[in-house]
Write a protein that binds this ligand. Structure first.
Ligand SMILES: [Zn+2]
Length: 85
């Protein structure tokens, strides 16, 4: 099997290149959403509604989507920067 070694190293190289930081961040975000956790927003409590758009969410979940989570954190950070809690 003369092709085995070269095709294996090619596969590994391509896989490493496709698994970039954005992919890892997405996977991490999905895992946190699934668990209803948010490391950067410890004060938020799950209330069966998305904290960003008030859409219905499953029990223990803070946001209906990663977009809403990002949106909320952006607005929350802007509030903190302006000095209002
Ligand atoms: Zn939402």
């Amino acid at each position: 099997m003369p092709m085995t070694r070269s095709s294996a190293s090619l596969w590994r190289k391509r896989r490493t290149a496709s698994m970039d930081d954005a992919d890892r961040a997405d996977a991490e975000l999905e895992a946190m959403l699934a668990a209803g956790l948010s490391r950067r927003s410890p004060s938020l409590k799950p209330c069966m509604a998305c904290h960003n758009c008030s859409d219905d969410v499953a029990e223990g979940v803070l946001f209906c989507s990663s977009e809403c989570r990002d949106d909320w954190e952006k607005r929350n950070a802007a509030r903190r920067r302006s000095g209002r809690a």
